[in-house]
Design a protein around this ligand. Structure first.
Ligand code: C5P
Length: 214
């Protein structure tokens, strides 16, 4: 078992996991893994054998950009359509198995912050801190709506809210690695909190567990 500390941040779609996880990683000087990007990449490739695509992904994470076979695909993999398709390929146990070691390889000194659905339950069960980040579906849909509008992408709030609920239901109901809080996870509801408040809470929890050494 590795002694490199991991902070696992799981939760439903658009709960702010990615933003929180990358800010926590930056504050601690830790590496950051956006595990959802791997499922999104498999969906984006869209081949007939998703498990093989998962095993063969030629991907690099460079300065916040996601490079697939030499091409920057950061924006195209983060559309709602690819997110919904990702939750379909994520049901396939062979896809999950093919991505497991790839995710664990991100665990390097001085530490890792990883966000997704099964970071605390399956990928890093020995994480130093596990957080399950939630927010009401209304607030999550509003946040995602604002993100898309800010990027100049047309979005419909009601449709977004419906898609989020469908995706969460699919992620929670699947047989392999369903979305659920890990044992010992701290439940954090960000409905009434700002990003900075959530980041501060996670940092405080981690420092408390680490005996104030990080
Ligand atoms: O986090 P993000 O919205 O980018 O994830 C896209 C989809 O990938 C999720 O809806 C989920 O089905 C899948 N996923 C997963 N396990 C993870 C991360 C993402 O099943 N650790």
């Amino acid at each position: 078992m590795s002694s490199v500390p991991v902070i696992a941040i799981d939760g439903p779609s658009a709960s702010g996991k990615g933003t929180v996880a990358s800010l926590v990683a930056a504050a601690l000087g830790f590496h950051y893994l956006e595990s959802g990007a791997l499922y999104r990449l498999v969906a984006y490739v869209g081949g007939t054998d998703p498990a093989r695509d998962a095993a063969e992904l030629d991907v690099a994470f460079l300065h916040g950009k996601i490079i697939l076979s030499g091409r920057d695909v950061t924006d195209p993999i983060h559309t709602e359509a690819v997110g919904n398709r990702a939750s379909e390929v994520a049901k396939i146990s062979e896809v999950r198995a093919a991505l497991l070691e790839r995710q664990r390889a991100f665990r390097r000194a001085p530490g890792l912050v990883a966000d997704g659905r099964d970071m605390g339950t399956v990928v890093f069960p020995d994480a130093s801190l596990k957080v399950f980040l939630t927010a009401s579906v209304g607030v999550r849909a509003q946040r995602r709506h604002k993100q898309l509008i800010d990027k100049g992408i047309h979005a419909n709030l009601a449709a977004l809210s419906r898609d989020l609920e469908e995706r969460d239901a699919r992620d929670a109901a699947r047989a392999v690695a369903p979305l659920r809080p890990a044992e010992g996870a701290v439940l954090l509801d960000s409905t009434a909190l700002t990003i900075d408040e959530v980041v501060d809470k996670v940092l405080m929890l981690f420092r408390k567990r680490n005996g104030g050494t990080a």
